[in-house]
Design a protein around this ligand. Structure first.
Ligand SMILES: Nc1ncnc2c1ncn2[C@@H]1O[C@H](COP(=O)(O)OP(=O)(O)OP(=O)(O)O)[C@@H](O)[C@H]1O
Ligand SMILES: [Mg+2]
Length: 234
């Protein structure tokens, strides 16, 4: 099971931001998307989530072209997304914050409980936080909660936008450990992680894609002439 993106172009504000993107995102892999600021990482994730509409191309999953489907169907299709600016609701507890997207989708209570169990298996450090107020989280803890929330609906794909940025070393290690533990608790899941600084990933990925000025390739040498750059991040 893979998501196949074929010849996708995305324009924003009159500029082409993603160019001829043809990639596969396979289940069971942790895929890093590495590129400088402004390369198009967030736009790639937003396109996959249906929040940006590609100008051309295909996004095939199980024979369906997701480009033609509205964003609100992505959660039901098993896509979870943790944007860079994680949004934690301060009036809700951590447990409520995590369950919210499933409740919006009317996932049965028993199923929600099972998913929480699976998430806690990968993120045991979250357990003591569950009854706490969403307002009482540090920035790093908020990132953990945002990962858990993305995992609750992201039964097939979880897209994480620069999750390691700004995490203190201890939390970054915990975050990386959780991503590694997901390979046991959610073996079929495809996890996509963007990062501008590849060293922050600490080798958590099983595949690496490079993105530069809207071109995505598995090998930096594969960019069109004039786009290949030495070094992979700032
Ligand atoms: N709404 C928009 N309208 C016009 N241009 C945009 C818009 N959003 C992003 N861009 C441009 O698209 C390019 C890619 O932006 P994007 O946010 O995807 O990059 P990024 O790789 O996520 O960068 P960063 O590492 O800073 O988060 C940038 O040149 C940016 O200026
Ligand atoms: Mg970004």
């Amino acid at each position: 099971m893979s998501l196949h993106i074929e010849s996708m172009r995305v324009d924003l504000g009159g500029n082409t931001v993603l160019r001829n993107v043809s990639i596969s995102l396979p289940g069971g892999e942790t895929v890093a998307v590495v590129g400088r600021n402004g390369a198009g990482k967030t736009t790639l994730l937003r396109s996959i989530m249906g929040l940006v509409k590609p100008a051309s191309g295909l996004m095939l999953l199980d024979g369906r072209d997701l480009c033609a489907e509205p964003a609100h169907l992505r959660a039901a299709a098993g896509f979870g997304y943790a944007p860079e600016d994680r949004v934690i609701f301060p009036a809700l507890s951590v447990a409520q914050n995590i369950a919210l997207p499933c409740e919006v989708q009317r996932v049965p209570r028993r199923e929600i409980e099972q998913r929480v169990e699976a998430v806690l298996a990968a993120m045991p450090q979250l357990k003591p936080m569950l009854p706490r107020s969403g307002a009482a989280l540090s920035g790093g803890q908020g990132k953990m909660v945002a990962l858990a929330r993305a995992l609750m609906v992201g039964t097939r794909f979880v897209l994480l936008d620069e999750p390691f940025q700004g995490l203190a070393p201890v939390l970054a290690r915990q975050y990386g450990d959780s991503l590694r533990a997901l390979r046991q608790s959610h073996p079929q899941l495809c996890v996509v992680i963007t990062e501008s600084n590849a060293s922050l990933l600490d080798g958590v990925q099983s595949l690496t894609l490079f993105i530069e000025r809207g071109y995505v390739a598995t090998d930096q040498q594969a960019w069109p002439k004039g786009h290949a750059q030495s070094g992979e991040s700032e």
